[in-house]
Design a protein around this ligand. Structure first.
Ligand code: TYD
Ligand code: ZN
Length: 421
């Protein structure tokens, strides 16, 4: 462990509380997107404690340790997946935003954590002025190439004020799957208040804590994901920072997400019935009490016992196994379950930045889909299960030829062409 770049969480980043329930401890794990060049030895590889705690006051689930964002994000190998699911979802987000923020041609749309600019390109195509803000310098450069202006910075109060001076107020601010990555939520929300037009809308998409709890999908726990939110937790957060959450939609994307719409309280928007209904459902499911999180921990332990047992059984039968998708989630599940290159021959991934490298901690090589097709395994371990439907469709030939997939959650299961019929 590199103690300089990491600190334990003490007070809650949402409510300031410090009464934590210990939920799960997953050991020391390297950073999920710290892919390495193949080497003879990996002695210098850093790993950091990984675990989750739950704030008894606002029920934020937080990782136990925060790694310095400068270490995680300045050069970043996570690129938005070029998948049908995501393309469709981005159109949906753009349509929802256009309607709810009543975007007119020329209105300013700012996205934080804009990655390679794929989402903003949809807004630009439809006539918005767009600006991305993303600290990953390598990705901001890619976004520029596709014509999406991007500031290679963290979104802070200072950045937001500078943007307002140069571009004017934003009609829409968007943060998709970035909010869970931010420790200084107060700073970001001060920036949002500084930049948002009086009747502008801040749209936030986060993985939904309830999906994590229900699926036992502990592989979405890694150091980049500092926070796992319930709706009630988000509501507490925005209220504390002078903003008002007025609508919510639950979506299947990325294994289960919430899209929340936030505005200035002065804009006087009515809060929709969906908000009250979902908060009531959280209450009814017992998510305010410790028992729900103990049940989650039980389900996680179960996957951690059954998955390696299943893999070892298949290996003993002489089956060759490969990972499908060198996802960040894969780093967690493989490291926590003790699965390495003896068990998993390679991981196939469409991201060219990852191909030719090895996975953090396990050092399993990443291969291109072409390479995988020329040397297919008997069984794929599904490490990009959030795209399972799309992938199973795409791999129909592999399945027809007798190939199988292991789906890890909520309980490890093997699927084949027969079982999918
Ligand atoms: P993703 O679920 O987007 O995120 P995370 O890294 O946060 O867990 O990662 C999925 C990975 O799977 C990504 O590296 C791209 C890869 N992938 C494929 O290789 N083939 C596919 O068909 C799809 C949809 C994704
Ligand atoms: Zn709290």
């Amino acid at each position: 462990m590199n103690a300089q770049n990491v600190r334990p969480v003490t007070s809650c980043r949402v409510c300031g509380g410090s009464d934590w329930q210990d939920v799960v401890a997953l050991g020391e794990v390297p950073l999920a997107n710290a892919f390495l060049e193949p080497a003879a030895s990996y002695e210098d590889e850093a790993s950091y404690p990984l675990g989750v705690i739950s704030c008894r006051s606002c029920r934020l689930m937080s990782v136990t340790h925060v790694v310095d964002p400068e270490v995680m994000y300045r050069t970043y190998s996570y690129v938005t997946s070029d998948s049908e699911t995501i393309t469709r979802h981005m159109e949906f987000v753009a349509t929802t935003c256009r309607e709810r923020a009543r975007l007119a041609a020329g209105d300013l749309v700012v996205e934080l954590g804009s990655n390679t600019g794929q989402q903003l390109a949809v807004f630009a195509r439809d006539g918005s002025r767009v600006l991305g803000v993303d600290p990953a310098r390598n990705l901001a450069a890619v976004a520029h190439e596709r014509g999406i202006p991007t500031l290679p910075e963290f979104f802070t109060d200072a950045t937001a004020r500078a943007v307002r001076r140069s571009h004017g107020p934003a009609r829409l601010i968007l943060g998709r799957h970035v909010f869970a990555h931010i420790d200084d939520l107060a700073g970001v929300l001060a920036g949002v208040r500084a930049l948002l037009a009086p009747d502008g809308v801040f749209v936030v998409e986060v993985p939904y804590g309830v999906d994590l709890l229900e699926k036992y999908a502990f592989d979405t726990i890694y150091h980049e994901h500092l926070s796992y939110f319930l709706l009630r937790t988000l509501d507490t957060l925005f209220t504390r920072h002078g903003l008002s959450l007025f609508d919510v939609e639950r979506l299947p994307v990325h294994g289960g997400s919430l899209l929340v719409l936030v505005g200035r309280p002065e804009a006087g928007r009515a809060v929709t019935d969906e908000v009250g209904a979902l908060m009531a459902a959280e209450e009814q499911a017992g998510l305010g009490s410790d028992a729900a999180y103990r049940e989650f921990a039980r389900g996680v332990r179960n996957v951690c016992e059954e998955l390696p047992a299943l893999v070892h059984r298949l290996r003993a039968e002489g089956k060759r196994i490969a990972g499908y998708g060198a996802s960040a989630k894969g780093t967690t599940i493989l490291n926590v379950c003790g699965l390495g290159s003896d068990e998993v021959a390679y991981c196939t991934d469409t991201t060219s930045l990852k191909q030719g490298k090895v996975l953090p901690g396990t050092h399993i090589p990443v291969r291109s889909p072409d390479h995988a097709r020329s040397d297919p395994p008997d069984v794929y371990l599904m490490l990009a299960w959030n795209y399972a439907d799309e992938i199973l469709r795409k791999e129909a030939d592999f399945l027809r030829a007798g190939g199988r997939f292991i789906l890890p959650f909520p309980k490890p299961a093997v699927v084949s062409a027969d079982s999918l019929r």
